[in-house]
Design a protein around this ligand. Structure first.
Ligand SMILES: NC(=O)c1ccc[n+]([C@@H]2O[C@H](COP(=O)([O-])OP(=O)(O)OC[C@H]3O[C@@H](n4cnc5c(N)ncnc54)[C@H](O)[C@@H]3O)[C@@H](O)[C@H]2O)c1
Length: 379
């Protein structure tokens, strides 16, 4: 029996040059926009000016609970009635959180998963327009915002369908300035976010289509975008891959890569996409071995092989692992040790990963020994 729920942003506007439509799209939602940008707002100067130089707030890193509290206070002072995020996943997540909390001034800790008080988000939220400048997280398509809590040493999500952006405005031209390291890390995040929902326990026919198309695009586009950032066809392929990955993860969940990446992101100061890329080969190998040993009729086994074909044109697990391992080497993705993980943190990371919401989609429940093996291999 096929049965699933699917949720997506109110409107998706995609294409090179479409960012020029930002003023019209924002103007249709409110008269007092509050804009979140990244560490370099000058990169978004033209877009800010197109909005009439509105109030803006910088999100200089992956957002923390306190960053969101500060931005919510600024948005409320400004009397914002629409929130715009122009930046990478960090900025989009901050914007979605601000939109969800600004109407009431509620505290993120009341609502965040895992470490919070578990209350539902306030029904009243401001509309959010998400404009990604990296091709990776697909956060413009999802109903959650990942926030770090340094005091708890984890990253966790605010999540509610009310957090889906009202408009996702995806213009591949905005990603052409991404340096190779950002292209690689965010691109490997998008690949992982197409693979994990494809083998997820919660996969459904709609998300399967998104995952297939995302993997097919990334198979050639990611290397090309890494080698030549001005290759607009490749940038378009990766912007699509990222957007499709967001639709997939939001509706079919993720797996062990993100089960680890959430907690690790709170324990070490490393880019989310690089953590995902460093973990991906080991998670694929351990998942496939565990499935063969304990659940050999699980359809995820064939799906890993199909993913190999989508990325490389050749059906099988070896093409999949070959593509992923070659990409990690070619993109010079650091090991988890080089990203800051130490042996002393392994037990804590495994315990936190076991409790992470992203682990819920992994195609098989991994043992404690298997979780440790993944981390030690990726170290
Ligand atoms: N909400 C979701 O569904 C979801 C999904 C996956 C990841 N995330 C979160 O997203 C965050 C990571 O986002 P990210 O990978 O996009 O990285 P990021 O937003 O942290 O950006 C990485 C770096 O790239 C720079 N940058 C962004 N756009 C640029 C451009 N066009 N040119 C040059 N530099 C640019 C930023 O200033 C930053 O230094 C993490 O916090 C992760 O947990 C959220």
């Amino acid at each position: 029996m096929v049965s699933f729920t699917f949720a997506a942003p109110g409107q998706v506007v995609f294409g090179a040059g479409r960012a020029a439509e930002l003023p019209r799209l924002v103007g249709g939602l409110g008269a007092s926009p509050f804009v979140l940008t990244g560490s370099a707002p000058e990169r978004s100067r033209a877009l800010l000016e197109s909005l009439g130089s509105p109030a803006f707030h910088r999100t200089p890193h992956e957002p923390t609970l306190q960053d969101v509290r500060d931005a919510v206070a600024a948005a409320r002072d400004h009397g914002a009635d629409v929130v715009v995020g122009i930046g990478g996943g960090s900025v989009i997540d901050a914007a979605k959180a601000v939109a969800a909390l600004a109407a009431t001034g509620a505290d993120p800790l009341d609502h965040i998963e895992v470490i919070g008080r578990g209350q539902r988000l306030p029904a009243a939220s401001l509309p959010c327009v998400a404009v990604p400048t990296t091709a990776g997280t697909g956060a413009e398509m999802t109903a959650n915002a990942v926030l770090a809590s340094p005091e708890h040493g984890v990253k966790a999500s605010l999540r509610d369908t009310a957090m889906l952006p009202r408009v996702a405005l995806v213009d591949p031209l905005l990603t052409v300035d991404c340096p190779p390291a950002v292209t690689a890390a965010s691109g490997m995040d998008a690949v992982t976010q197409c693979l994990e929902p494809f083998v997820s326990l919660h996969a459904n026919p709609l998300t399967d289509g998104f995952c297939r198309e995302g993997l097919r695009r990334a198979g050639t586009a990611l290397r090309r975008a890494f080698a030549d950032g001005s290759d607009l066809e490749a940038r378009t392929g990766m912007a699509l891959c990222a957007a499709l990955s967001g639709l997939a993860l939001a509706n079919a969940k993720l797996g062990a890569v993100h089960g680890f990446a959430g907690p690790l992101g709170g324990m070490i100061d490393a880019p989310h996409g690089a953590i995902c890329a460093a973990l991906l080969p080991a998670v694929c190998r351990v998942n496939v071995r565990a499935l063969r040993e304990r659940d050999p009729s699980n359809p995820a086994l064939t799906r890993y092989e199909v993913a190999g074909e989508l990325l490389t044109g050749v059906f099988g697990l070896h093409p999949l692992l070959g593509w992923v391992e070659d990409a990690v080497a070619e993109f010079r993705i650091p090991s988890l040790r080089d990203l800051g993980l130490t042996d002393a943190l392994i037990d804590e990371a495994c315990a936190k990963a076991r409790a992470a919401s992203s682990m819920a989609g992994n195609p098989i429940r991994l043992t404690d020994d298997e979780l440790r093996e993944i981390l030690i291999t990726a170290l």
